[in-house]
Design a protein around this ligand. Structure first.
Ligand SMILES: Nc1nc2c(ncn2[C@@H]2O[C@@H]3COP(=O)(O)O[C@H]4[C@@H](O)[C@H](n5cnc6c(=O)[nH]c(N)nc65)O[C@@H]4COP(=O)(O)O[C@H]3[C@H]2O)c(=O)[nH]1
Length: 946
């Protein structure tokens, strides 16, 4: 929109400014104009004054001249022509406006004639004449121009009778009468040929000494007049010129002489004709200020009125109104500029306002955004604080702490957990590097590695180290860290977390210890043994010194364990372990290999010392030990292998020592055997048996033999014990003693035992079915089988499958089976008993049986071990047998004596009330067919005795 654009271009403030400016300018203009006009008028008045004053002064000077001249006559009385000339000459030179100085001499006609004649003498052409240049006509009185200076140029007036000039005569009369100077009106001068008029100023000369009080007296005393002929125009001109007031283009000067300012009285005029000044132009009129009134000054001199009229002439407008015009133009310009400035200010202010509005909007938007940002930041900060708080809380709750390091890896911050939990002194850490705290990090490998990692600015995890705490204990720490970089990627240090791992470290050390040591005795275990052995072998290789390995096995430890219980067994083992350690040097190793087997690694002994050491060990072991308040003696069997001797390599040292130990055992225990290559054969056989045993069941190499159990009273077979036999294709019939232990060790006994049970039950059932009555079949149960979870179900299953009445099954158990956990054993026995079968305690007496437990066990039979039976002739042992029989009967148990080989034994047993017997005396264990044969034969004790 153009209009709006226009209106927007010129602001109201600018318009107002312009208006105000113009108004002020107008006012100033008017005021300055008024001042200008005042000034000009004042100047005009001054100039008028100056001119009037100058002219008046000129008149006064002229009068003064005439007065001076008159004074000459008054003073001298008679003045001749020459004196007159001499006196006036300088005056004429000085006052050039004086046309001439005269002396009018009064004379009558006669005197005039005489005078004329007289003068002609000098001036032959001299003629008295009137104003019309006519010769002098008689009249009462002649007033002759006598002295005339200068004569030249004034010749026409020389001899003139001024009385012929009425106007002149009248003035002269006035002067004479008054005795005062008088001036004529303007008149055509006699001597003047040009148009210029003049006047005559005169002062009467009276006779010296005459009374001059009245006009008549003065008239009477009157001799003549001293006068000056003045060319009026020249006079004024000269006066003005002398006062430098002649030229003024702005003025018109008019000088009048006479009563008024009629043109006829005009003496002098200068400037434009004395017309009416031109009417002011309309705009000048509008401007209102002008002066047009002429300056008129009237004064009187020598009896004549003089009028000086100064009229202003039209002036050039510009020079006189420069100030006002400048004010006007300047004011207008200033107003315009100011308005323009105000306008530009207003526009700028508008623009600024618009900009401010825009910026305000933008600012508002940005403020809103900022507010949002601030809110978001606040939320973030709160979240951060929350997270920080959580982090701190978690840190406080957790066992961890937080640390920071600077670029030089010096600690700058470590949270309190480290000092509290790690028992460290904060003063020692801040400002220090880790390696300043652990100087050993300069030397050891992990320290060097760690420093290299940090200097490469790489992260690290789970760095473990220990420090002594203020509590005096060693504390272990684990720390992980990562490098910190700023936005420019400049490395700033490290930060990380740490945790106290002393407990874990100690546990690890314990575990490590346990992993390498036997828990019971604290001796190195099999693992550490291997390690020590390697070191010893290496040492032997280096030093060339002998190396012995001794395998020490306790004799009859099983008995101790079974009879006195595990606690006593453990105590014995600990005692032996200590004694073994005491028997060797500290640099030697004593380890526990398994159960009751120990190994000693001996180095740096002279060869011949071996036997002594073995003896020392045996002596130490055989020292009585206090177990359960009783003294107990235990022996040991030692096998020795020498490194390098007899082809014993490092790997086979223990194996060879073991073989030697087996030999020692075989040789009746409590002795030492050195390994010999021949021993190796036996060991090999064991190995052969073990591998063959694994296939035996599959290959049906097992058979059962049955040994009859005979009632001592009736002498009849009442049952049989199933005894396992292994018919190996190469080894022949292998006795159970050679493989049962091995089967037990390898776990094969479980499978084999199950086969035995099933076969035995099936056989018994078969014999029952064949009419041999309710024979009881006894089956041995090994410790491994007893601890089988499925034992109960498998027995029930066999009974079920074979159809054997449970009462016909007798399970033989050894005492050791239930010595470990009596309560569990009692529970299992009750469950077995609940199946309806019978339970026997085999080998009773060998395991230092605790008679007390028998009361709690639901057993039916005690089997007296054959070692007691074989010694039945010796009183002591017999006493044991009798005691066992009495005990069993006391507990309502049947008693079976094993290994009965002689009739006397039978008698003894029968005599002492033993219920049944089993042994070679009656029958060796027999294959099933033979056993059945025996049954068929109806063989009994009497038959045997016969
Ligand atoms: N000197 C002598 N010995 C006699 C006499 N009467 C019997 N014997 C032997 O004494 C052992 C009795 O068996 P045991 O005490 O249960 O001792 C058994 C038993 O503990 C174990 N055994 C045998 N068969 C089995 C089986 O099937 N399972 C389990 N777990 N062990 C079995 O093997 C051991 C030895 O068995 P065997 O060699 O058959 O040896 C048998 C038998 O042949 C005698 O008058 N004089």
């Amino acid at each position: 929109m153009p209009s709006s654009r226009k209106s927007s271009r010129i602001s109201l403030a600018a318009i107002l400014t312009l208006m105000t400016g113009l108004a002020v300018t107008g006012l100033l203009f008017v005021a300055v104009s008024a001042l200008e006009y005042s000034k000009m008028e004042l100047s005009f008045q001054q100039r008028g004054h100056m001119r009037a004053a100058a002219i008046r002064r000129g008149m006064d000077d002229t009068l003064e001249l005439v007065t001076i001249l008159n004074s000459l006559f008054r003073t001298m009385g008679v003045v001749d022509r020459e004196q007159f000339a001499a006196f006036t000459q300088p005056l004429l030179e000085r006052y050039p406006f004086v046309q001439a100085f005269n002396f009018h001499r009064v004379m009558d006609t006669a005197s005039a004639r005489r005078y004329e004649a007289e003068v002609r003498k000098q001036h032959p052409d001299f003629v008295l004449h009137d104003a019309n240049r006519q010769p002098l006509s008689p009249r009462p009185q002649h007033i002759i121009v006598d002295y005339l200076e200068p004569l030249e140029g004034n010749e026409a007036a020389f001899g003139l009778d001024v009385a012929s000039l009425p106007s002149m005569a009248r003035v002269i009369a006035e002067a004479v009468d008054s005795g005062q100077p008088r001036t004529t009106t303007l008149m055509k001068l006699e001597q003047e040929r040009a148009l210029q008029k003049g006047f005559v100023m005169m002062i009467p000369v009276y006779r010296a000494g005459a009374e001059l009080g009245t006009a008549a007296q003065r008239r009477a005393a009157w001799l003549g007049n001293t006068s000056a002929v003045i060319r009026s125009a020249d006079l004024v001109q000269k006066i003005l010129l002398a006062a430098d007031l002649l030229d003024d283009r702005e003025l018109m000067l008019q000088v009048y002489i006479g009563d008024d300012t009629r043109p006829a009285n005009l003496v002098y005029t200068r400037g434009a004709p004395a017309d009416e000044p031109p009417a002011p132009r309309s705009f000048q009129r509008w401007l209102a200020f002008d002066y047009r009134e002429p300056f008129v000054r009237t004064f009187s001199a020598a009896g004549k009125s003089w009028h000086v009229r100064v009229t202003p002439l039209p002036r050039p407008f510009l020079p006189h109104h420069l100030g006002s015009l400048s004010t006007l133009v300047g004011g207008a310009l200033f107003s315009l500029l100011t308005a323009a400035f105000v306008n530009s200010l207003a526009r700028r202010s508008k623009r600024v306002q618009r900009l401010v509005d825009e910026r305000t909007e933008a600012l508002k938007a940005s403020n809103d955004k900022l507010a949002e940002d601030v809110a978001a930041r606040k939320r973030t900060e709160e979240a951060l604080q929350e997270s920080e708080h959580r982090f701190r809380r978690l840190l406080a709750l957790s066992s961890d702490w937080y640390w920071e390091q600077d670029e030089e890896f010096r600690f700058t911050n470590i949270t309190g957990g480290f000092f509290d939990k790690g028992k460290q002194d904060p003063k020692l850490f801040i400002g220090k590097t880790r390696w300043e705290l652990h100087p050993e990090m300069w030397d050891n490998r992990w320290g060097r590695d760690h420093r290299a990692t940090m200097e490469a600015h790489l992260p690290f995890t789970n760095l473990e180290y220990s420090l002594p705490g203020v509590d005096g204990a060693v504390h272990w720490f684990s720390t992980s860290g990562e490098p910190v970089f700023d936005r420019e990627g400049k490395f700033k240090g490290y930060r990380g977390t740490g945790t106290e791992i002393t407990e874990r470290k100690l546990a690890e050390q314990r575990i490590q210890h346990i992993a390498h040591h036997d828990v019971l005795t604290g001796l190195p275990n099999r693992v550490l043994l291997q390690d020590r052995l390697s070191q010893a072998v290496a040492f032997a290789n280096r030093s060339g010194k002998p190396l012995w390995v001794m395998l020490i096995d306790l004799d009859r430890f099983k008995f101790v364990n079974d009879s006195l219980g595990h606690k006593a067994g453990d105590q014995l083992l600990k005692t032996v372990a200590q004694r073994l350690q005491d028997s060797v040097r500290e640099s030697d190793t004593v380890a526990r290999l398994s159960g009751d087997e120990f190994v000693a690694i001996l180095t740096e002994y002279p060869e011949e010392a071996t036997h002594d050491i073995a003896q020392r060990i045996m002596r130490a072991v055989t020292q009585p030990a206090m177990l359960e308040g009783k003294e107990f003696f235990v022996t040991c069997s030692i096998g020795v292998a020498v490194y390098g001797a007899d082809g014993t390599s490092a790997q086979r040292l223990i194996e060879h020592a073991d073989i030697a130990m087996y030999r020692a055992k075989k040789l009746g225990r409590n002795n030492t055997q050195f390994y010999e290559p021949a021993m190796n054969e036996e060991a090999r056989e064991r190995l052969r048996i073990e591998s063959a045993l694994r296939n035996a069941l599959e290959r049906q190499e097992f058979v059962l033999h049955y040994q009859p159990q005979v009632d001592l009273q009736s002498g009849r077979i009442v049952g049989m014990e199933a005894l396992l036999r292994w018919q190996h294709p190469e080894l022949g019939m292998v006795a159970p003693n050679r493989f049962i232990g091995l089967a037990e060790e390898t776990g094969l006994i479980v499978e084999i035992g199950a086969w035995v049970l099933r076969t035995a039950c099936a056989q018994a059932r078969s014999w029952m079915d064949n009419g041999h009555g309710m024979l009881r079949i006894a089956v041995n149960l090994s410790p491994r089988q007893f601890s089988e979870p499925q034992l109960l179900s498998s027995i029930a299953e066999v009974l079920q499958e074979t159809g054997l009445p449970p009462a016909c099954l007798d399970i033989e158990l050894t005492e050791g089976l239930f010595m470990h956990d009596v309560a569990q054993a009692v529970e299992l026995l009750h469950k077995l008993k609940a199946l309806g079968l019978a339970l026997s305690i085999d080998d009773f007496g060998t395991g230092y049986s605790s008679f007390s437990y028998l009361r709690h066990f639901p057993i039916d039979v005690l089997k007296i071990d054959r070692s007691f039976v074989s010694d039945i002739s010796e009183d002591d042992e017999a006493a044991i047998v009798v005691s066992i029989i009495a005990l069993a009967h006391n507990l309502k148990l049947r008693v079976i004596a094993e290994g009965v080989e002689t009739e006397s034994q039978v008698d003894y047993l029968r005599r002492h009330g033993c219920d049944e017997m089993q042994g070679y005396y009656f029958s060796r264990p027999l294959p099933a067919a033979e056993f059945e044969q025996l049954l068929r034969q109806g063989r009994d004790l009497q038959t045997v005795a016969a």
